[in-house]
Design a protein around this ligand. Structure first.
Ligand code: RIB
Ligand code: CA
Length: 312
């Protein structure tokens, strides 16, 4: 079965792995890549997305420029994790592939409105600004969305940008609130699961052994990206968050979760962007998402390495 997907992204080294995994997997038809401000400012995000498309040999992919700031709050970026360019590690040639003229939000709306109901999967792996803006701009897209598989949030794991908030949701909590209240089928890859798939050093060596530009550049990205988590968590093996979204589409049996009701904190500065997960139905509210809680980590890394080898 081929999944038609739209990847909404803020590259970022882990976004890059998600993009490469998607491009390496014939089960996925990437209809387009839409860029959103997050890990770094929008111009750099768009540059980075094009770099990764070119690295994968996919100059044909339509890349769109989206929102350059959250819906309400000021933009917060994460150069402390991803480096000043947002894609530090390798020395990159500047990309030459084109960017589409149409705004990402308009293209998402137009693409969904032209599709059959429940035909397209949205894969947001950055702040949810573009997705929420599309929903607000054109509510008729909601039945057109097959499902949203999103990287964001944290329940039992807490947060990574504040004690209780994960970066993607923290950057644009209002957008997350729109998406979580939309009623669209939502699968959430939060820190609760991405922190259970920590990159083995041998895996990074295996990526490098793929050889060529893909092996060399991807390993260099990962080695740069890993250093932040070594400082943060005191051990080698950083969580590579975003490819979990793509891996779920490819091999959902790698994952297990629970249907729960989740609310987004948008009031208190102390807990801004917290995903308040009702694991035991204390609110008596119907579930609004599938909250993924476990992963076959070895299976994930083996599958991802095998697929990345397709790009060599
Ligand atoms: O918290 C991790 C998320 O924030 C990932 O998507 C990473 O790329 C950053 O955007
Ligand atoms: Ca990201």
């Amino acid at each position: 079965m081929v999944h038609k997907i739209i990847i909404d992204t803020d590259p970022g080294q882990d976004d890059a792995i998600a993009l490469l995994l998607a491009f390496a997997s014939p089960e996925l038809e990437v209809l387009g890549v839409t860029c959103v401000a997050g890990n770094t400012r929008l111009p750099a995000v768009v540059r980075n997305a094009r770099i990764i498309c070119e690295l994968a040999g996919r100059r044909d992919v339509n890349v769109f420029v989206g929102c350059d700031r959250p819906m309400v709050r000021d933009l917060v970026t994460a150069e402390h994790v991803h480096g000043p360019t947002g894609l530090d590690g390798p020395v990159w040639d500047e990309p030459t592939m084109p960017v589409q003229d149409q705004h990402a939000v308009d293209w998402i709306v137009e693409t969904l409105m032209g599709a059959e109901d429940r035909d397209i999967t949205l894969c947001p792996i950055g702040p949810l600004t573009n997705i929420a803006m599309a929903m607000v701009r054109e509510p008729r897209i909601l039945p057109k969305i097959k499902q949203i598989v999103s990287m964001g949030g944290g329940g039992t794991e807490g947060g990574n940008i504040t004690p209780v908030a994960e970066f993607n949701v923290y950057v644009d909590p209002h957008a997350a609130d729109v998406v979580y209240r939309s009623g669209v089928p939502l699968v959430v890859m939060s820190l609760d699961v991405t922190h259970k798939a920590l990159m083995p050093r041998a895996w990074i060596d295996g990526v490098e052994a793929i050889g060529g530009n893909v092996g060399e550049k991807t390993a260099a990205m990962l080695r740069f990206y890993e250093r932040f988590d070594l400082v943060r968590y005191g051990e080698f093996g950083g969580p590579v968050h975003d490819p979990a979204v793509i891996a779920y589409l490819l091999q959902p049996e790698l994952y297990a979760g629970k249907d729960v009701f989740v609310q987004i904190e948008t009031g208190s500065e102390l807990t801004m962007g917290m995903t308040v997960v009702d694991f035991w139905n204390a609110t008596k509210q119907p579930p609004n998402c599938t909250w993924i809680q476990s992963v076959d980590s070895e299976g994930f890394f083996a599958m991802t390495l095998d697929r990345l080898g397709n790009l060599a």
